[in-house]
Write a protein that binds this ligand. Structure first.
Ligand SMILES: [Zn+2]
Length: 78
């Protein structure tokens, strides 16, 4: 009777531990994906523009060939 109680307690602890590890793993994977996505967005060289007139570096995700510098208003080509 006493040993059965210990086994059931161990089982519930094991299940709780398994759920905790599982949730922690999901959280780690989610954070890693989020971090990687943010990194890709901010460091994609396709969206980073360098103005040839005022040497201002800016990010424009809408245009791919020509964009307007937000500081001096001149057009910049890739
Ligand atoms: Zn400029």
């Amino acid at each position: 009777m006493c040993s059965l109680k210990v086994i059931s307690l161990d089982f519930s602890v094991a299940v709780a531990f398994y759920i905790f590890v599982f949730l922690a793993l999901i959280l780690i994977i989610w954070l890693f994906h989020k971090r990687q996505k943010d990194k890709d967005l901010s460091l994609d060289p396709k969206y980073i523009w360098f103005c040839s007139v005022c040497s201002y570096t800016y990010i424009n995700t809408k245009e791919e060939l020509i964009s307007i510098c937000p500081r001096c208003g001149s057009y910049n080509k890739k």
